[in-house]
Design a protein around this ligand. Structure first.
Ligand code: KIV
Ligand code: ZN
Length: 546
């Protein structure tokens, strides 16, 4: 049987696999804010990114390793393909963290070997021990993944795993890369690995899975029953295609059904010891932060974090819940931090009250950021009577989007109504040239007019593909949160903003999306799974010649 840490280790890959979802790309400040929140949430390992992808990705992983990785904090991990350049860059990026991990991988299925890597099984059998040994020369904690493990020939998979462990891998990750497996198959795969890999007791078995058939969480729970002890997951289940296994669903399944799972950990079924180290009360806040910063809205009926997850619409259910919560509720909303929306502050609250509340909520802002947050708070308090924790969250998450901005919205005004053509006047500052320009445009509605005017000024080709508004809290003076997604060259970029005036929020969200687009054009990242290893060696060579 594989190494057993006695509980489940939560490996969060929101900042790596999650960020690979179309339109979810994050800037350094945003990644740092999410990493800090993941540490508060209590995840065991943060996969902070793929350092070799670009200088920007390297910097973000390095910053997280510096700021978030601590003796008592999470392990900071970086992803590296099975190549020396990737592994070296990964080590350099994670090196400031006291607890660091290199996660290296190569595909093991014939379909990937033939069509993606153009390598033979024999090649893989020689690359794996070489690269794991190389990673081990930098760090003690090495994770090795067999990409597309669930579609790999089992005997070959066992051989690869055995070699990786002999070379020093301490975690073996089994990905269901294309979300093809079913729960009983995935459970059997983990069981078979435990039975057929002779040195498996020297490593922790981890699982990683995508949600193409909506089975990722169910697959993981079967894997746990068969000895998997690390779960790789993302907040809100974001990730490539249909996403990754969702952290909040896994953690809450293990929390609510603890007595069922306890027996697989050689515990008494009624043992109260948690199965994960996650602070469940931080779940809702983490979900909102990730949704706001990635621009990926959470579907209302999503388990645990969807807007309707704890809403009781029908009269029969409400009656039952009022009589006894247990009739229709298996989770108290407070367990995931949902009902903690305190009305904390108002127009007369001072700077220190705002700072104190933000600190209580877990935000440790620098002096400069606090000044900005306070200015935004004052502006909002002039328009809204009571400022809740949700409003403060919206203010803080808005702020971290700003650092890499070419464009800044200076002014927006619209005129519209039943008998006039919606017209917008917009002033935009180009921070590269320090040039302020104004344009007027007509649209099918006020938001369309604003976007038209911004396009005239920014001159960045794009197509608007999504516009959504939702209110942060109840009440007529609530903040409206706008998410905008735009497309350029088949890539998606999102922007998010909140304001009591939804047209102003839409203008800011559009400007945020344009800023991401412009910034990402400069970034030119490599995709860890789609870019062939051989091409990368060429790329490094070309870069070094420049
Ligand atoms: O889905 C996958 O196989 C991955 C690996 C890189 C672990 O993301
Ligand atoms: Zn993946």
């Amino acid at each position: 049987m594989s190494r057993d840490p006695g509980r489940i280790l939560i490996f969060d890959t929101t900042l790596r696999d999650g960020e690979q979802s179309p339109g979810a790309s994050l800037n350094l400040e945003e990644k740092l804010a999410i990493a800090q929140q993941l540490a508060r949430l209590g995840v065991d390992i943060i996969e902070a990114g793929f350092p070799f992808a670009s200088p920007g990705d390297f910097k973000a992983v390095n910053k997280i390793a510096n700021v978030v990785g601590g003796e008592n904090g999470p392990i900071i991990c970086g992803l590296a393909r099975a190549s020396k350049n990737d592994i070296k860059a990964c080590f350099e990026a994670v090196s400031p963290a006291p607890k660091k991990r290199i996660h290296t991988f190569i595909a093991t299925s014939d379909i990937h070997l033939k069509h993606k890597l153009r390598k033979s099984r024999k090649d893989v059998l020689s690359i794996v021990p070489d690269m794991v040994t190389y990673a081990k020369s930098f760090v003690e904690d090495v994770e090795f993944s067999c990409e597309d493990a669930s579609r790999s020939e089992p005997e070959f998979l066992y051989e690869v795993i055995k070699l990786a462990i002999s070379a020093g891998a301490t975690t073996i990750n089994i990905p269901d890369t294309v979300g093809f497996s079913t729960p009983s198959e995935f459970g059997s795969l983990i069981n078979d690995i435990n039975k057929n890999v002779p040195n498996i007791d020297e490593a922790v078995i981890s699982v990683h899975g995508h949600n193409d058939l909506g089975l990722a969480v169910a697959n993981f729970l079967e894997a746990v029953k068969n000895g998997a002890r690390q779960l790789e997951c993302t907040i809100n289940g974001i990730g490539e295609r249909a996403g990754n296994a969702s952290l909040e669903e896994l953690v809450m399944a293990l929390h609510v059904r603890k007595s069922l799972f306890n027996t697989y950990f050689k515990r008494d079924p009624e043992s109260p010891t948690p199965l994960t180290a996650v602070r469940t009360k931080e779940i809702t806040k983490t979900s909102r932060l990730v949704s706001n910063l990635t621009g990926m809205n959470v579907q209302p009926n999503k388990a645990i974090v969807g807007a309707n997850a704890f809403a009781h619409e029908s009269g029969i259910h409400q009656d039952g819940v009022l009589k006894n919560r247990l009739t229709y509720e298996i989770i108290d909303a407070k367990t995931v931090g949902l009902n903690d929306n305190k009305i904390s502050l108002g127009k007369l609250s001072g700077r220190s009250a705002v700072r104190a509340r933000l600190e209580e909520m877990g935000y440790d802002l620098s002096r400069e950021d606090l000044n900005d947050a306070f200015a935004r708070f004052k502006d909002l308090a002039d328009r809204k009577r009571e400022i809740t924790d949700r409003d403060l969250e919206a203010i803080v998450s808005e702020q971290v989007q700003l650092p890499e901005s070419k464009f800044q919205l200076i002014h927006v005004q619209v005129s519209c109504g039943s008998s006039s053509k919606p017209t917008a006047t917009v002033t935009l500052l180009d921070t590269d040239t320090n040039n302020e320009k104004t344009a007027v445009a007509i649209g099918t509605g006020p938001v369309d007019a604003v976007c038209e005017a911004l396009n005239v000024l920014a001159k960045v080709p794009n197509e608007l593909i999504e516009f959504s508004v939702k209110s942060v809290t109840e009440g007529i003076d609530a903040l409206g949160e706008v998410t905008i997604r735009i497309r350029n060259n088949n890539k998606i970029y999102s922007g998010h903003s909140a304001d009591t005036d939804v047209v102003v929020a839409a203008a800011n969200a559009f400007v945020n999306a344009l800023n991401r687009l412009v910034f990402s054009e400069k970034k030119n990242s490599i995709h860890p799974q789609f870019d062939n290893l051989d091409n990368t060696e060429k790329k490094v060579f070309l870069n070094s010649k420049k």
